[in-house]
Each structure stands twice: as C-alpha cells, then as structure tokens.
Design a protein around this ligand. Structure first.
Ligand code: 5GP
Ligand code: MN
Length: 346
C-alpha cells in the first residue's frame, strides 16, 4: 500500500542520509496552522525524537485551542511571541523541515529568517507549485493531507513499527481535517488503509473527532449564525459568498479558528460549484479569503491570479489589501470573468 514506492530514489537516499546521524531539527508549519499542519509537524517531531534526533516545532503564530491537545503541543514554540528564542533554535539547527506549505512567503518574517539560515531545508508538502528554496523537496500534491504523506514517509523509511498512539493520534488529526472528515475527492482506498492502521496503533477516532468538532464556543456558533445570514448566492454563477466584518467578529468575541469550516456551507447549496468567505481584518488593513470549489473550477488558479494566494485545486486561500466593501466589488468583477467556466463546471 505504500504510495511512495515510486518515491524518487534520490529523494529517499537524501532523506535517509540526512537522518543518518543525530540532528538538531526544527519543524515549521504554515501561518495560522490548521489540523493538518499541526498534526503533521507533531507526528514528525515524535518520530524524529524516537530515532535519536532533537526536534522543536516552531509555529509562526498561534494556532486554535481545539488543536492544543495534540501530543507534543505543550512544547510548541510560537515565533511571534518569542522571536529571539525561536531564532536561536533556527540558527543552531542542522535541518529545518517545513510541513504543509511550500513557499517561505506563507510564514511572513520567519520565512526571511529561515531563508538565511545555513541549515538544510526540507519541504514535506502536498500543495502545488513549490517554490525553489529547499535542499530536499518531498512534494505530493495528489495526496490529500500532509499527515498522510508523513505516514507514507515513515513507512518508506522502514519505521512503521515506531508509530505509537501519540504519532497515530497526531497524524489522524490532519487526515480527518484535510479530507473534510473523509469526504473530499482526495480520499482514496489508501487513505482508509492508512487510517485503519493508525486506529490499530492507538488513535481513538471518536475521541479525536469530539475534540476537534465538538469544542465550539458559544461565540463561534453565534458567528456562524451571522455568517449564514450574510450568505449571498449568485445563482447564474453558481457561487456563494459570505462576508464577516471586523465588527461582526468582535461582537462574537472572535478567537482564532472560530471561522474554520464556515466556507463549506456555501457548497452545500444545490448546484453551487464555488464558495468563498471574506473575513475582514480592519486593524491590519486586509481581507482574508477562503475559496472552495467542486469539480473542474480551480480555486488554486483563481486565488493565485486575483488574490495573492493559492492552495489546492478545490481548496485555496488568499488575502487582499482592500476594505471589505471594495473586496466584494473586486470579487464580483473577477467572478464575471469566470462566468463561462463556472457555468460549465461540474
Ligand atoms: P484556508 O482557506 O483553509 O485558509 O486554506 C485552504 C488551502 O489553501 C490550505 O491548503 C492552505 O494551505 C492554502 N492557502 C491558504 N491561504 C493561502 C495563501 O495565501 N497562499 C497559498 N499559496 N496557499 C494558501
Ligand atoms: Mn494540508
């Protein structure tokens, strides 16, 4: 079942030789890390420690509370809180693994710092169009989550026996969240075999789902109410979009992660092929956007072309330095350009 059987032989040799001697490693998720970013970083950290390396996970910024129970979370450093401590680790590192992203721009200032570090850089990721900054690129856009990719890497390295309850739990989190609970087209029979093995290794699937899905604050649910109330559906473009202003976020005591998953509601409208959420950050002067699509319409291309972003074919993000009202206007213009594609999308 190892999907990486065809992993480029030179990649395999390079990874093995890199990890031959004890290393000081740092592992980095993308900004605003999600379940896949944190799950893969922590699963990989525990594995690296088990095979004799030191491993420190440094997140560029804070991550949502509903992920803070993942094994190893209590040792995660936050770059924006203590840049000097984090920079010391990065300067001393022999190797820096970046997981679940492939462009240093995605981690802001921390990316500039890492770019200048002498450590070997290794990308382990499943997004398209990786940037050329790594000494070793392990990129599989066809795999649904970085956690699944990390599982295959561990297998390829002949270390499956080391997958214990903690590693299994961390990797299960990212597979669960990045597949929309096993719904997205990226899910394959192999994904289910991986998950079956993770459960055999001790991942408690029901408890993990409860911790991820059933830990909402009252504020999050109230914000969902506002989001659904603000949902617009443009029937002839088969597109739904949601806006959330800074005032609306504040009125619900917005915490990081509270809007996770809201965008998907737009795709549950019968016939819709594109859903977008626009979240205003007035203080910083930008609007953060998430894009989701069904079928042929590429939100990766749409976000890259118009919203300084990118991601996957059916799930992407971006941001733009405009007001919320201006962004909606701009979005409507850009959607109009895609009228043909949206109408024939399936
Ligand atoms: P989300 O909408 O959940 O923030 O992100 C959806 C997907 O797009 C994730 O895989 C995420 O890593 C990617 N993504 C989000 N924002 C950006 C961005 O600004 N640039 C790029 N290249 N990818 C992004
Ligand atoms: Mn991912």
């Amino acid at each position: 079942m190892c999907i990486l059987a065809r992993m480029k032989i030179e990649q395999n040799i390079a990874l093995k030789s890199l990890l031959e001697n004890p290393q000081k490693t740092v592992i980095v998720p993308h900004k605003s890390p999600d379940g896949d970013a944190m799950g893969s970083c922590l699963g990989w950290k525990i594995l690296l420690e088990k095979i004799g390396h030191t491993a420190t996970v440094i997140s560029p910024d804070h991550y949502p509370n509903f992920l803070k129970w993942i094994p190893g979370s209590d040792e995660v450093l936050i770059y924006e809180d203590s840049p000097e401590v984090a920079q010391k680790h990065l300067l001393q590192a022999d190797s820096i693994f970046v997981l679940d992203f492939n462009s240093l721009k995605r981690i802001g200032d921390m990316g500039d710092f890492i770019g200048d570090c002498k450590a070997k850089k290794i990308i382990i990721d499943h997004h398209r169009d990786p940037e050329d900054f790594a000494d070793l690129l392990i990129s599989y856009p066809e795999i649904g989550s970085t956690c699944e990719l990390v599982y295959h890497l561990i297998s390829t390295m002949g270390q499956s026996d080391l997958i214990d309850k903690n590693i299994a739990t961390a990797l299960y989190v990212g597979i669960l969240t990045d597949t929309g609970s096993f719904r997205f087209p990226s899910v394959t029979p192999t994904t289910h075999k991986v998950v079956a093995h993770l459960i055999e290794c001790g991942a408690e699937h029901s408890e993990i789902s409860n911790k991820i899905k059933d830990t909402a604050s009252l504020g999050r649910l109230q914000l969902l109410g506002i989001a659904l109330n603000n949902l617009h559906y443009i029937e002839d473009l088969r597109t739904a979009y949601i806006t959330l202003s800074t005032e609306e976020l504040n009125s619900c005591n917005y915490q990081k992660g509270d809007t996770e998953g809201f965008v998907n509601y737009g795709l549950s409208i019968e016939g819709s092929v594109l859903a977008i959420i626009l979240i205003e950050n007035k203080q910083e002067g930008y609007v953060k956007m998430s894009f989701r699509s069904k079928g042929t319409f590429s939100v990766n291309d749409f976000a890259r072309t118009h919203f300084n972003g990118g991601g996957h074919h059916n799930a992407a993000g971006g941001r733009i330095e405009k007001s919320l009202v201006e962004t909606v206007e701009y979005l409507l213009e850009k959607l109009e350009l895609c009228r043909g594609d949206l109408q024939v999308a399936y």
